[in-house]
Write a protein that binds this ligand. Structure first.
Ligand SMILES: Nc1ncnc2c1ncn2[C@@H]1O[C@H](COP(=O)(O)OP(=O)(O)OP(=O)(O)O)[C@@H](O)[C@H]1O
Length: 563
């Protein structure tokens, strides 16, 4: 079950984002329901009173038909206008709140730790970001507003009946509240586990479908395609079961609600008949009261539908609320180092939350401005993690880190479904086309683009579809060149590139790195050869720190993988 403060956090967000519109929406919802009750009641009164007046000529002549019929027209018109306004206001307020929530969540997910989670399970988190947000629609549209409308309807029906007999009014109000709200609570309780299971099953079906489609080649190569399909069918069957269970709860609840509603109206009718028989009230007033009571049941139907989905709404709140709270955390920042120093780390310790072993442990190093340093060592030694610490992307669990603003050339090039121009401008939004072409020329990509005709307008698919691996790397290099910073952090910049592309990339890097500090994480001789200092890392710590011109430097360099 969701912690109550998760739901409170969502409610607070709703109120702070659009409190007035939400209140107006509730008032309009209540007004629509009230006019519906009044419309039915006055119509009943009018028909009955007209019939009775027609029984004698004098009463027929004296009977005023204009006032009630004008009231009925006014109420009918008013109800239509109010319902329209209610739909516009409530939906506009809800979608406005969800848009703000989406913005805050996307900002929250752009924080380094959250972004790493997202990158590790993209389909799962993407589904949560979209489906959970949609589920929060119900908080107001299907729970808060109908609940307020239902209580308002019960109060109005109570008042109508109280005008006949106060005891009848109080009994009707209590009966509507206990049966209506209690019934909705029971529906919520019955539907809750199915709604939660349904949300989880739907999430599994979607992420397994994405995995099946995106990893088709891998599934086939590993001979696991049928097994993955079977898993997907299994999840789909579970989803169908939960759908069926929820439908059953809904059908039974609707049936019970219908029966209880009919019994309630019958009881009001009997009580009203008794009042009419004893002369406590007139027959037309009885008709008004009974039909008003009948109309007051309607909002409880809307509440039932919200109650059915409450489990899913609570699950969404539980997942989203912590991210809302975490959203206020400051972005990790790295302190500025002293003069002439590009980066200074003291006894840095990093352990990722999902790992038992430290990625970097007791790491102390100082890199002067203009130094060219290569981090070398076996896979998993902590080289990339250290670059992230220097970049300020990862905050050490212990120790001190200080560094100048740096640009990272990561192992994976993130390219987006957009034009080449906008993919490049991520690195420097102010860059004009001339500057972009220069960067592309320096990165060795300009010729390829001139050849294809579309130039900077070349559309790229998701993940850079449309470019070869080498071209993507060159595009990343162009971005690095566009983002003017004094410290470059290069994570295996030419890994997996053919020899000629690698040579070109390294030549450009060497030329453009003249006045900068460069830290390269590498396994390759050709990359480490750019450096004047080698830091050999093992199990997250420095094992050797050697400088060019020493036999140890040459030995460490020659031990690296040849090109
Ligand atoms: N985002 C992450 N979440 C959890 N653990 C991670 C993450 N990134 C790295 N690690 C773990 O931290 C340790 C160090 O990884 P890191 O990538 O820093 O090593 P590396 O020396 O750069 O390796 P490689 O040369 O293979 O790139 C490894 O045990 C790795 O599994």
């Amino acid at each position: 079950m969701s912690k109550p403060n998760d739901m409170a956090a969502i409610a607070r967000f709703y109120l702070s984002a659009s409190g007035r519109s939400l209140l107006l929406g509730i008032i309009l919802t209540a007004a629509t329901v009230a006019m519906g009750i009044a419309l039915l009641g006055v119509s009943g009164w009018f028909i009955t009173a007209t019939a009775l007046a027609g029984m004698s000529l004098t009463s027929a002549i004296a009977f005023d038909v204009f006032m009630p019929s004008a009231s009925i027209r006014l109420l009918a018109l008013g109800r239509t206008v109010s319902r329209y306004a209610e739909r516009v206001v409530t939906h506009d307020a809800t979608f406005g709140v969800l848009a703000q929530l989406r913005e805050r969540l996307f900002l929250g997910w752009s924080q380094p730790a959250a972004a790493r989670d997202l990158a590790a399970r993209p389909s799962r988190w993407l589904f949560r970001l979209t489906a959970d947000l949609d589920a929060l629609e119900s908080v107001y549209l299907r729970l808060a507003a109908p609940c307020a409308a239902a209580i308002g309807a019960a109060a109005l029906a109570g008042l109508l009946l109280a005008s006949v007999d106060p005891r009848l009014g109080a009994a009707a109000f209590l009966a509507l509240c206990t049966l209506g709200l209690g019934g909705s609570a029971m529906v919520m309780r019955q539907a809750w586990p199915h709604a939660v299971r349904r949300a989880k099953a739907l999430e599994r079906v979607r992420s397994q479908t994405i995995d099946l489609v995106a990893g088709q080649t891998e599934w086939i190569m590993a001979g696991q395609l049928d097994a993955q399909k079977a898993r997907l069918w299994g999840s789909d069957r579970r989803l169908a079961h939960t759908d069926l269970a929820l439908n059953q709860v809904d059908v039974i609840a609707a049936w019970i609600q219908g029966v209880v509603g009919a019994v309630f109206v019958a009881a009001v009718l009997l009580a009203a008949a008794e009042c009419a028989a004893t002369g406590v009230a007139t027959v037309p007033m009885m008709a008004l009261a009974v039909l008003g009571a009948q109309a007051s049941i309607e909002p409880f139907g809307a509440l039932r539908r919200g109650a059915l989905e409450a489990g899913r709404t609570w699950l969404a709140a539980r997942r989203i609320a912590p991210r809302l709270r975490a959203e206020n955390e400051a972005l990790p920042k790295i302190r500025a180092p002293g003069a002439n120093v590009a980066c200074h780390l003291v006894d840095v310790f990093v352990r990722y939350s999902c790992e038992h072993r430290a990625a970097v442990s007791g790491f102390t190093v100082s890199i002067a401005k203009g130094d060219r340093v290569a981090l070398i060592g076996p896979s998993g030694a902590g080289k990339s993690t250290l670059l992230s610490v220097i970049a300020g992307d990862v905050t050490p669990n212990q120790g001190k880190a200080a560094g100048l603003p740096a640009t990272m050339f990561t192992q994976r090039t993130e390219l987006f479904q957009d034009t080449l121009r906008d993919n490049l401008r991520l690195a420097n939004p102010a860059a004009d086309d001339t500057r972009l072409w220069h960067a592309l020329a320096d990165a060795g990509l300009a010729q390829d683009l001139i050849g294809n005709g579309a130039g900077l307008d070349t559309p790229l698919g998701e993940g850079g579809i449309g470019l070869s691996g080498g071209q993507s790397r060159r595009l990343a290099l162009a971005r690095l060149l566009l983002h003017d910073s004094s410290v470059w952090l290069l994570d295996e910049p030419t890994e997996a590139l053919d020899a000629s592309t690698a040579r070109d990339v390294l030549t450009v890097l060497a030329q453009r790195a003249d006045h900068r500090t460069v830290v390269i994480a590498t396994h390759l001789h050709r990359e480490a050869a750019l450096a004047d200092r080698l830091l050999l890392m093992r199990a997250g710590a420095v094992e050797q720190d050697v400088r060019r011109g020493t036999p140890e430097f040459d030995a460490a360099l020659s031990a690296l993988r040849p090109d």
